[in-house]
Design a protein around this ligand. Structure first.
Ligand SMILES: Cc1cc2nc3c(=O)[nH]c(=O)nc-3n(C[C@H](O)[C@H](O)[C@H](O)COP(=O)(O)O)c2cc1C
Length: 159
């Protein structure tokens, strides 16, 4: 099963996290694609894949500019996404924006859940004010996430 990482970013931290996953997790999932959210809409969820939303946060708890079209289409062109399984990686800065910390990914999560999609596992968050390197902790989280959830999905797809 393909892992499709959809990236919402402005200054490329989220993209670097996704690229690190693409490089370091192929032993767990040989087919990983990193795709920037620019120009995407809800139809991306028609693709057969396990989805990973990897989004930063801007404005006052908004998704980044390159994610606005996809995020809006989940509200403007709603359709049932009961077949979709996804995870969320959300980047923010708790020190500078405590009220809206990591809302970018949380906003996607809320809309996807409204449309019937199934989140696997807890959200991963990264705090730019903290000490953790986003690529390192993001890869560690994703390895555990894939190891926990992918085998059952692959078994179901094969049966
Ligand atoms: C103008 C601006 C607004 C931001 N607003 C928020 C916010 O509301 N909440 C939050 O948690 N982080 C906020 N951030 C922090 C970014 O989400 C964080 O630095 C993130 O790692 C950037 O990811 P990127 O490099 O992929 O764009 C903001 C950063 C900037 C520069």
């Amino acid at each position: 099963m393909k892992l499709l990482i959809l990236v919402g970013t402005t200054t490329q931290t989220a993209e670097c996290v996704a690229q690190a996953i693409e490089m370091d997790c192929t032993d767990l999932c040989p087919d990983i694609e990193v795709r920037l959210m620019d120009g995407l809409d809800i139809s991306v969820f028609d693709e057969p894949a396990l989805f990973l939303i990897c989004s930063a946060t801007y404005g006052t708890g908004d998704v980044p500019d390159n994610a606005q079209h996809l995020y809006a289409s989940l509200g403007n062109e709603p359709k049932y996404l009961g077949h979709v399984k996804y995870g969320v990686m959300s980047l923010g800065d708790e020190g500078a924006y405590p009220q809206t910390f990591a809302m970018g990914g949380r906003n996607f999560d809320a809309r996807l859940q409204d449309l019937g999609a199934h989140r696997l596992g807890d959200l991963w968050t990264h705090d730019a004010s903290g000490d953790e390197a986003p690529e390192e902790s993001g890869v560690a989280w994703c390895r555990n996430w894939l190891a926990t959830h992918l085998p059952a999905l692959q078994a179901a797809a094969a049966s």
